[in-house]
Design a protein around this ligand. Structure first.
Ligand code: ADP
Length: 740
């Protein structure tokens, strides 16, 4: 509950430390939330430097002042390393500058250094205020009305190195830049027979290298938290590389985090890796240091949405808490906004670096927690040149992998992971061409370790997918094929019709013995419309594709006053529309979940017209393709065009199938790989224990969850293609606040 009597009336925000994609979105969210709650919003230019300098560097801002910045890289408000702020005198100036403006609430967006500084600033505040009053630099009333500083921190750092949040603002954007660079390097490397050694940023944190390694199938990885386990890292690396060449790998990629070291603490640089490879293997080896490329470029969709959520939550927290509350770090845990005491997070962050310095690598990995150790294990399995040998050369179970539904970016990544992780468990893995149609026709093929080489980054679906759902006779044929190919378990990685078909097979298990096998459904569709999960793989790629297109559309309109009505995919599910709206700063969002009425349209047109009258130059409307059967994209555009008169014109932009294509985003690649690993594990558990349960895998509140496939019909709407529960709808009020 908000205690309005104590709520701050002025809130300031600054970005500090290394710049990171999404910082602009966070500042925008802080400012707009503050204003929507009747507080004054201030932006401090150039981080702590602006605080120390005062004057024009601390500016009261309006909602419009933070418009048009979502798509820009880094921080448009500037950041600086500030030595003066490390001194008490510098911080004293800072207190004075805030008091002069009646500000005693601060949101700091930065890394552990910036947040440590913020904490010191807050601790000193009461003493400095008394001192300033005694020196006559502020009045007694001002001093009395601002006895403490309210402080909230947001972790802004490309390294994803902060304890207390699953993701820092900027890490996903950096991952996009790294993945783009590595995809390009891979394509040139395979033209010649070459090894590339690439240095990735991260200071003491291997997150970027590990995640990029998963996303681009790196062949060897050096991260500070997990040096190679053998006695001699160089020998171990060379043996792995040699094995790769022997099975015909034409190119190799080694990723090195900047702070890597051997088990004994000897630094390992990219140059050192190159020397070793050249000396021991005589390889043509090239070094690329990615450097500041990793910081720049347009922020990813995830970072824009994350930063918006966190900026909003930071202000809500400042408004709700009593003034002397312990400062909190607002982060994200399991897709929920979560707060923890700021200094505990900073201390735990430093602890990882200390463990690494003490060569306590197990401790460092444990402190990293979450999916970090699991990702490391998956990557090292996928890197192998061959599966682990099976006992007596016999493969124990036979797994079939197939898709169903529309194509989703990440499908190839999932098949690759299924083949390798299945083979490594000692199973045979078969792929079915063209979904359930192929299963009916027996279009089934046994896969080898190298059959899926290079599949990690490819868009589309190499084994094919379609929306075919079998009828009764086809189900009988499918049962026959499953028996003929002695299939023990099925992984269906797909969308709506894939789920329908898998559930149908499951309901026929009493009738046909061959269907009485474990089936696991993995959610892969751009629409995010599946039951048993709050997120589907493929939707992040589609969202990034929409965001990139809308950024271009915005640019195209610089010279005119215009409203764009952008139609996005999603069938009956408005997820893409809402998230794209948040990520691009749309003024209006129309979703299938909320009926459009003529009255709504009238109000919307009137409001937008009003905003154009007071200087707006560009309006953005995002409409989900099935938002309404009558008020179509063309209809809405015509209404805006007519009503805009001389003030603005209106244009439709139907983004179409580009949203389903493209190479999968790093997030989708990593999730496709991680979820597949859990699917294979699920099937393995069933098969090894003689169980025959079937399930849908997914995320609930960001955590992995298996839902019994039998419950499928109960979890979906009767008349629309979407699940009954859609937690992302909670973000709707946020989208509305951000357009104030
Ligand atoms: P990051 O926030 O990304 O970790 P830095 O460590 O460079 O980046 O910190 C950014 C700024 O925060 C510094 O230039 C300094 O002004 C301030 N700062 C960092 N550590 C402290 C500290 N211990 N005391 C006071 N200010 C600090």
């Amino acid at each position: 509950m908000t205690d309005t009597a104590h709520a701050p009336t002025s809130i300031a925000v600054l970005t500090s430390g290394g710049d990171a994609g999404g910082m602009n979105a966070a500042v925008r969210a802080v400012v707009r939330t503050a204003i929507s709650r009747d507080a004054d919003a201030y932006v401090i230019q150039d981080g702590w430097q602006g605080l120390v300098d005062g004057g024009q560097a601390i500016r009261r801002v309006s909602s419009a002042d933070v418009g048009g910045i979502l798509h820009r890289g880094g921080t448009v408000f500037g950041t600086a390393r500030c030595e003066a702020f490390r001194t008490r005198q510098g911080r004293r100036e800072g207190v004075r500058h805030l008091l002069e403006r009646g500000i005693d609430a601060l949101v700091v967006i930065g890394g552990d250094g910036s947040l440590t500084g913020a904490n010191i600033f807050r601790e000193e505040w009461p003493g400095v205020v008394t001192e300033l009053a005694e020196a006559g630099e502020v009045t007694a009333e001002v001093a009395a009305s601002h006895p403490v500083l309210r402080l909230v921190g947001l972790a802004g750092s490309i390294d994803n190195d902060m304890s207390g949040t699953d993701m820092t603002i900027g890490a996903d954007t950096a991952l996009h830049r790294i993945t783009e660079a590595l995809d390009s390097i891979r394509s040139t490397a395979s033209s010649h027979q070459r090894t590339f050694v690439v240095e990735v940023m991260g200071r003491h944190c291997g997150y970027l290298a590990l995640t990029a390694g998963l996303a681009t199938a790196a062949n060897w990885l050096l991260i500070p938290e997990h040096p190679p386990e053998g006695g001699d890292w160089a020998q171990e690396m060379c043996a792995a590389m040699r094995a790769g060449h022997e099975i015909g790998r034409r190119q190799s990629l080694v990723l090195v985090t900047e702070g890597s070291q051997s088990r004994e603490g000897e630094p390992i640089t990219a140059e050192r890796v190159k020397e070793v490879l050249e000396e021991q293997l005589g390889e043509d080896t090239r070094v690329t240091i990615l450097g500041h490329v990793q910081r720049g470029g347009a922020p990813s969709a995830i970072d824009r949405v994350l930063a918006t959520r966190l900026g909003h939550a930071a202000v809500e927290r400042l408004l709700a808490d009593p003034p002397d509350t312990t400062p909190q770090l607002i982060g994200i845990r399991g897709n929920e906004v979560a707060s923890s005491p700021l200094m505990e997070c900073v201390t735990r962050t430093h602890e990882v670096a200390e463990r690494i310095a003490q060569q306590d690598y197990e401790g460092a990995m444990l402190l990293r927690g979450g999916s970090f150790p699991e990702s490391q294990t998956i990557l090292s399995t996928m890197q192998q040149a061959a599966p682990r040998p099976t006992a007596h050369g016999r493969r124990r179970f036979r797994l079939a992998v197939l898709h169903g539904g529309g194509p989703a970016p990440g499908m190839n990544t999932a098949v690759r992971a299924a083949v390798r992780l299945g083979l490594n468990r000692g199973y045979s893995v078969l792929t079915v061409k063209n979904g359930f149609l192929g299963l009916r026709n027996g279009d089934i093929q046994e896969m080898e370790w190298m059959s899926v080489s290079g599949w990690v980054s490819e868009g589309g679906a190499d084994i094919g997918t379609n929306r075919y759902v079998p009828d009764e006779p086809a189900i009988a044929q499918i049962a026959k094929q499953l028996a003929a190919h002695r299939i023990d378990g099925i992984l269906m990685a797909g969308g709506w019709s894939g789920y329908q078909a898998a559930h149908l097979l499951h309901t026929h298990r009493q009738k046909y013995a061959a269907l009485d096998i474990p089936i696991i459904c993995m959610p892969m569709t751009i629409n995010n419309d599946l039951p048993g999960t709050e997120l589907t793989i493929g939707s992040d790629t589609a969202l990034n594709s929409i965001v990139a297109d809308v950024d271009k559309i915005r640019q195209s309109a610089v010279a005119s006053r215009r409203v764009f009505v952008v139609e996005v995919m999603g069938h009956d599910c408005g997820y893409l529309a809402l998230m794209a709206g948040v990520a691009t700063g749309a003024e209006l969002i129309y979703l299938p979940e909320r009926e459009i009425t003529l009255n709504d349209l009238c109000v919307d047109v009137r409001n937008l017209t009003e905003r154009f009258r007071s200087g707006k130059r560009l309006g953005l409307v995002i409409r989900s393709e099935s938002a309404d059967p009558v008020y179509t994209t063309d209809f809405i555009t015509s209404v805006f065009q007519k009503e805009g008169g001389d003030l603005f014109d209106a244009r439709p932009a139907i983004l179409g199938h580009v949203q389903e294509g493209g190479d999968p985003s790093p997030f989708d690649r990593v999730q496709a790989t991680g979820l597949t690993a859990h699917c294979i594990e699920y099937l393995a558990e069933q098969l090894e224990s003689g169980g025959r349960a079937s399930a849908m895998i997914g995320f609930q509140s960001g955590r992995l969850q298996f839902t019994d496939l039998t419950s499928y019909p109960r979890l979906i709407e009767d008349t629309a293609q979407r699940p009954r529960e859609q937690r992302w709808m909670n973000q709707l009020p946020l989208a509305e606040i951000m357009t104030v």
